[in-house]
Design a protein around this ligand. Structure first.
Ligand SMILES: [Zn+2]
Ligand SMILES: [Zn+2]
Length: 106
């Protein structure tokens, strides 16, 4: 038991404080996590952390735009509530082409 604890401590990676900091930022909506890219995006918006976030990810140049939709917040909130579910975080990722890339391909 003591040995197990010791080896667990020994293996504990140093950058754990970085993950803690990221957790904090994520929790407060200052940073969003892009699941499909395994990346983090700093958020310059002042939306609430519980608001659904739309990421518009360009397949072509990799640009990521962020949008929120109050309508979506209402309908998703209603759907979650009727299931008795409390939403902590809602991120929707849309893949496609950004305006600049679409123009280039016209
Ligand atoms: Zn944001
Ligand atoms: Zn693009």
């Amino acid at each position: 038991m003591i040995e197990q604890l010791a080896s667990a401590n020994g293996r504990r990676p140093a950058p754990i404080s970085i993950y803690r900091a990221l957790d904090y930022l994520l929790e407060h909506g200052l940073v969003h996590r892009l699941a499909t890219r395994n990346a983090f995006v700093a958020c310059g918006h002042r939306h609430s952390a519980s608001e659904p976030i739309l990421f518009l990810i360009c397949d072509s140049c990799g640009k990521v735009d962020e949008a929120t939709s109050p309508d979506l917040a209402v309908s998703l909130g209603a759907a979650a509530n009727s299931a008795g579910f409390h939403t902590r975080n809602c991120v929707i990722e849309l893949a496609g082409r950004c305006a600049a890339c679409r123009e280039q391909h016209l």
